[in-house]
Design a protein around this ligand. Structure first.
Ligand code: C2O
Ligand code: CU
Ligand code: CU
Length: 459
């Protein structure tokens, strides 16, 4: 076998003080990375795709040879993938067979408040709830996850998330890699006890084992051709700066809210928690037999300045009719803004604040006029903590980062944007889809669970 040159060829040493089995003792590249199965509808009558899911506990082989107890949608870790089409509604009946309340949020979606999965609008244990997704929005790589207030962090950590891939004609017309060559990959970290169970503590910095689609350091066999990967940072807090072990090119074609205007070739891809990147990797430049590690080079973390995530094993050749067009889409024009406001994010653990206030669901923090297009100036006022900013309901545009142009990778439609300590981002969002209350929050879920969340009311 030809091992591609790697900056991370030596596994990182154990994190000082890391608990339990820890990252250091996990055998790498033993488990195959699964592709989460696409959920089959229970009915497609009347132009609506109807699905049913059950939230329940299950066990999964995350670490080689061990069974870990997980919280799941339909027994799967991560949850099944929903594939939807713009213009065709999806209805999902969620049954909560767990012992605590849940709330299912479709992150990045334009939905009515009653189907948004608001933190306070929970599904009691033993009951069911029907969520309606009209899919009246362009293609996007969305994801669904738990949002029950104060518990979202632990619930998502223990497994309650899955991909929801919405396509439309604009996207379908393009000759991008498709079918078996279009693969969602949810990347996240975790901490384990000695016996291989998840260990969860709010704000834990010892989550040093990396999982891809629910397996620790898996391998993924690929053909020597182009693949499209829908990368999701499904971590609670960890930032990812992903690169190939040989420093080879990764072509980013999309962001949270769908395709970029033009493809962007880079050697790394940055994702804070909750963000997505749609990328194409061309394995045809590697001989069959190449093993190529996907690495995370983002701080922080004691042992993981350079960390392995998964390994691509190029094991065969294949035809490749796919192409990356030079122009992917025309982004919707930005309307003239009609209002402006500022938001600051800060924390003093164990409390976290939006505009110096802890989340109070009874309070409206931002009154937004229906139809308005607003510019929000969001500042991370924490000198030591990174945050990111996520709004429900809308896909926004990043106008400025620290008074300059945004990073090229954030020039598409976004619903989550990263803010390092002291950073300021200006974004523009248009509120013309639904009236009602929605939250905005830090998507480092331990922070939102500590109260870094607020309510906007569109009326
Ligand atoms: Cu993915 Cu309110 O969050
Ligand atoms: Cu969301
Ligand atoms: Cu935060």
């Amino acid at each position: 076998l030809i091992a591609a040159r790697s900056a991370a060829s030596d596994p990182p040493a154990a994190a000082p003080g890391a608990a339990g089995a820890g990252a250091a003792t996990v055998e790498r590249f033993r488990l195959a990375m699964p592709v989460p199965p696409v959920l089959a509808p229970v009915s497609t009558a009347g132009g609506v795709d109807r699905y049913a899911m059950t939230m329940r506990t299950a066990t999964a082989e995350i670490l080689p040879g061990l069974r870990t107890e997980v919280l799941t949608y339909n027994g799967q870790f991560p949850g099944p993938t929903v594939r939807a089409r713009s213009g065709r509604p999806v209805v999902i009946r969620q049954h909560n067979a767990l012992t605590m309340p849940t709330s299912v949020h479709l992150h990045g979606a334009s939905v009515a408040p009653s189907s948004d999965g608001d933190p306070m609008d929970t599904v009691a244990a033993g009951t069911s709830r029907t969520y309606r997704y009209p899919n009246r929005q362009p293609h996007a790589s969305l994801w669904y996850h738990d949002h029950a207030h104060h518990m979202e962090s632990e619930h998502v950590y223990r497994g309650l998330s899955g991909a929801y891939l919405l396509r439309d004609r604009t996207e379908a017309r393009l000759p991008l890699p498709a079918g078996a060559y279009d693969v969602p990959i949810a990347i996240r970290d975790a901490a384990f006890t000695e016996d291989g169970q998840f260990s969860y503590a709010m704000g834990d910095r010892n989550r040093t084992t990396m999982l891809a689609n629910g397996k620790a350091y898996p391998y993924f066999r690929v053909a020597a051709r182009k693949y499209r990967f829908r990368l999701l940072n499904a971590s609670n807090m960890r930032m990812l700066r992903l690169r190939l072990g040989d420093g080879g090119p990764i072509v980013q074609i999309g962001t949270d809210g769908g395709l970029l205007a033009r493809p962007l070739t880079a050697t790394d891809v940055f994702l804070s928690a909750g963000e997505r990147a749609d990328v194409v990797i061309d394995f045809s430049r590697y001989p069959v037999g190449t093993e190529l590690v996907l690495e995370n080079t983002a701080p922080p973390g004691p042992a993981d300045l350079v960390g392995q995530v998964l390994r691509f094993d190029v094991d065969r050749t294949a035809d490749d009719p796919s192409e990356i067009p030079a122009v992917l889409r025309t982004l919707p024009p930005l309307p003239e803004p009609t209002a402006e406001r500022s938001v600051s994010m800060n924390m003093k653990p164990p409390q976290a604040f939006m505009d110096d206030k802890v989340y109070d669901p009874a309070r409206v923090d931002a009154h937004v006029r229906y139809g308005a297009s607003e510019v929000w100036t969001v500042t991370n006022a924490s000198p030591e903590f990174p945050h990111n900013f996520h709004m429900h309901l809308v896909q926004f545009r990043v106008l400025e980062r620290n008074g300059k142009d945004p990073n090229p990778s954030e020039t598409g439609l976004k619903d989550t944007v990263n803010l390092m300590p002291g950073e300021t981002v200006k974004l523009q969002a248009t509120f013309d889809a639904y009236r009602g209350s929605y939250v905005y929050h830090c998507h480092m879920l331990d922070h939102s669970a500590m109260g870094m969340m607020a309510t906007m009311k569109i009326a």
